[in-house]
Design a protein around this ligand. Structure first.
Ligand SMILES: Nc1nc2c(ncn2[C@@H]2O[C@H](COP(=O)(O)OP(=O)(O)OP(=O)(O)O)[C@@H](O)[C@H]2O)c(=O)[nH]1
Ligand SMILES: [Zn+2]
Length: 216
């Protein structure tokens, strides 16, 4: 059986131009499915064989899930859960699972985020901190930008005394391919306000993320 690939060069050019002019690209689900089918053929596979029949559809659905953060906004996820509160001590959420995708290879970035802030008249619903991490992680990312986006979102929402974000993650593009270094971890941090200015506050945060929780 001969399987042919016939990309429509004009529509690809239009798509690229719409992306570069910041318009919302108009690509149908069927075109996305077709693109995955084309990839499978390029890889030497037969997309019509039993096991692969629904794979293009599944891949599109999976990629849409892994990048669903593009369709979410801070306003929506917050749902008003910012409260006036006279609290002045550090709030830390540790070990927030991160499943992101690197923008260079669209391969998984798997790790944990630790997020702290020191309030200044306002606190945020705790789950919303994890939701903010989730929204930015579910996009094509580099770890540095993910870290900064989480810190800046909290800084903007709460105008706290400071925000600290540390992400520890392993990149499948460095593990399964390329340089192939399983066991390597990348640690990134973004410090705002007192965490950037005051070494002791930063040290307190770093100590808190180092110790293991005693209920584990
Ligand atoms: N700074 C940064 N780099 C990343 C991240 N994820 C992947 N990369 C790197 O992006 C780079 C892309 O480099 P290229 O040389 O263009 O791509 P490549 O030939 O696939 O590179 P290798 O992975 O070295 O095989 C690689 O060094 C990746 O390790 C990230 O979150 N942050
Ligand atoms: Zn990568």
């Amino acid at each position: 059986m001969t399987l042919s690939i016939s990309p429509d060069i004009n529509s690809v050019a239009q798509l690229v131009s719409s992306i570069s002019t910041q318009q919302q690209p108009t690509v149908t689900e069927a075109e996305m499915v077709q693109a995955v089918r084309t990839l499978l053929i390029g890889l030497g596979e037969n997309p019509d064989r039993e096991g692969l029949k629904d794979t293009p559809k599944r891949v599109v659905k999976a990629l849409q899930f892994l990048t669903k953060g593009y369709d979410e906004s801070l306003d929506e996820l917050l749902n008003g859960a910012v409260f006036k509160e006279d609290a002045n001590e550090m709030v830390l959420i540790r070990d927030i699972d991160i499943f992101s995708s690197c923008e260079h290879h669209i391969l998984p970035i798997i790790g944990r985020a630790h997020v702290a802030y020191i309030p200044n008249g306002k606190v945020i619903g705790l789950s919303k901190i994890a939701r903010i991490c989730e929204m930015y992680a579910r996009r094509l990312q580099v770890q540095e930008r993910l870290t900064v986006q989480i810190a800046d979102a909290l800084q903007g929402l709460l105008k706290p005394q400071g925000v600290a974000v540390v992400i520890e993650a392993t990149h499948m593009c460095m593990v399964m391919r390329g340089v192939q270094k399983p066991g390597s971890w990348t640690v990134t941090s973004a410090m705002r306000g007192v965490f950037a200015e005051d070494g002791r506050t930063r040290e307190e945060f770093m100590n808190l993320i180092r110790h293991s929780a005693n209920f584990h």
